[in-house]
Design a protein. Structure first.
Length: 332
């Protein structure tokens, strides 16, 4: 099995496609890494959307959501290029900074005691700096641990916040929605990140050249971004737990938005124009997204007629979703 794997690896790495990819990676590293990561994120989102469509938890495939994920992947791929180049030198920089602190501390301590005026002590001190302090760099285990810790604590944390906030905002959510999304999903996403990337990055940092490390991360990101999309998906049970709130004042609606839309007083043809009406905050808090009223007779008609008005502003996607659900219920 190992022999077959080694033989397969040699054939792949000697193929024209692989050689062309490596040449492009050397000539245009940022563009190649950004493009491959973008493809991985877009494909993973398409897979997750298709899955939820098959389960009936989505009404239609969102090209916009897939494009936003691909755009986030493009930005992430470009960031990977700079981050892993910096990360490879980070342990050395830490040790150099620590050595400087030790050298300055020893020099200051000796100077305060008056030892630096002694020529023999200066000779011993300089020799110690050259032979015992400066050459001592980090061991392999400490070097690896430093890179893993920095990658998880710094880059992964910032990226998860970036991912959910940008995705929520790009899909029409408010700043408050993005904040809530990050707080709701960060814990599960971070645990998933560690489960995937701690072992992957250990092998990556240990065996893979720096130039190819972003490619390995991209392969891992295909599975990770799939997990992010699954974690970020709000299923029916999660939507039921979160009350719909007014997007301008934050007051929650008490009942399900569907109850008002399918109420007997609702017209057969729901008026869409009033859904974007200016909210009337002098009215009491509504019990649903839309209030169904019996409007008084008009000059054109002596009979009262039904009208649907919005007492408070609500996200457009909430109204559209509830209208779709109500329409499906009426057809059944």
């Amino acid at each position: 099995m190992l022999a077959w794997g080694a033989s397969f690896g040699k054939r792949v790495m000697s193929s024209p496609s692989w050689l062309w990819y490596m040449q492009q990676l050397e000539d245009r590293p940022i563009l190649v890494k950004a493009t491959t990561t973008s493809i991985a994120y877009g494909m993973s989102n398409a897979i997750v959307q298709t899955y939820y469509l098959s389960k009936g938890e989505k009404h239609e495939f969102s090209l916009r959501e897939m494009a936003v994920n691909a755009g986030i992947g493009f930005a992430a791929g470009a960031a990977f290029h700079g981050w892993y180049g910096y990360l490879d030198l980070l342990p050395v920089r830490i040790m150099h900074a620590w050595h400087k602190v030790k050298i300055r501390g020893m020099y200051s301590f000796a100077a305060n005691l008056g030892f630096m005026n002694n020529s023999s002590f200066q000779t011993v001190y300089q020799e110690m700096v050259k032979t015992q302090i400066t050459p001592r760099l980090m061991g392999k285990k400490a070097y690896m641990a430093t890179k893993l810790i920095a990658d998880e604590l710094v880059f992964s944390s910032l990226f998860l916040c970036f991912y959910y906030s940008v995705l929520t905002s790009a899909m029409g959510g408010s700043l408050q929605d993005a904040k809530e999304k990050v707080f709701d999903k960060f814990g599960a996403a971070y645990v998933t990140d560690m489960a995937i990337f701690l072992p992957l990055q250990f092998l990556n940092f240990k065996y893979v050249p720096v130039m190819l490390q972003p490619l390995v991360v991209t392969l891992g990101n295909f599975f990770f971004s799939t997990a992010l999309n699954i974690i970020g998906h709000d299923g029916p049970h999660e939507k039921a737990k979160k009350p719909v709130v007014c997007s301008c004042c934050g007051r929650p609606f008490e009942d399900s938005p569907v109850s008002a839309i399918v109420a007997p007083a609702a017209p057969s043809s729901v008026l869409i124009a009033p859904l974007v009406a200016k909210p009337a905050h002098d009215q009491p808090a509504p019990k649903s997204v839309v209030d169904v009223l019996i409007a008084p007779p008009t000059e054109q008609s002596s009979q009262p007629h039904n009208a649907v008005v919005v007492a408070h502003a609500v996200p457009a996607e909430v109204v559209q979703e509830e209208l779709a659900v109500a329409s499906a219920s009426q057809q059944q």
